[in-house]
Write a protein of this length. Sequence first.
Length: 128
Amino acid sequence: MDVKEREAANVGSGLWKGLGMWAWLLFRISGLILVVYLFAHIWVISQGRAASPEYLDDLFELFEGRFLTFLDFMLVAAVLYHGLNGVRVVLMDMGVGIQRHKTVFWVCMAAAAATLAVFAWTAAPYIF
């Protein structure tokens, strides 16, 4: 495929077919999720100083529920994806693996999935 055909193939909906676009989009979404979590975390922890220690204990009891424990699991997934995709981006910036960027992406995602599986195995008794 020559350059003109490739450029024509990437117009409109063709942009969303590439792995790189989805990696980029999920990278941005996971970054936003982590920023929102950071501010929520700071707010919850600050309630121990602003309110009473009993109020903070009540919040912690709320966080021990199954749904919020599942959200913690999803947070770990977002951190792993964002971190390992960030490593991939840094490697690409340094010129490492540019010719095999899809392979590097899938290796990073396999490492994230393996780490997430170990975390799930460890956290399962707290969820169920």
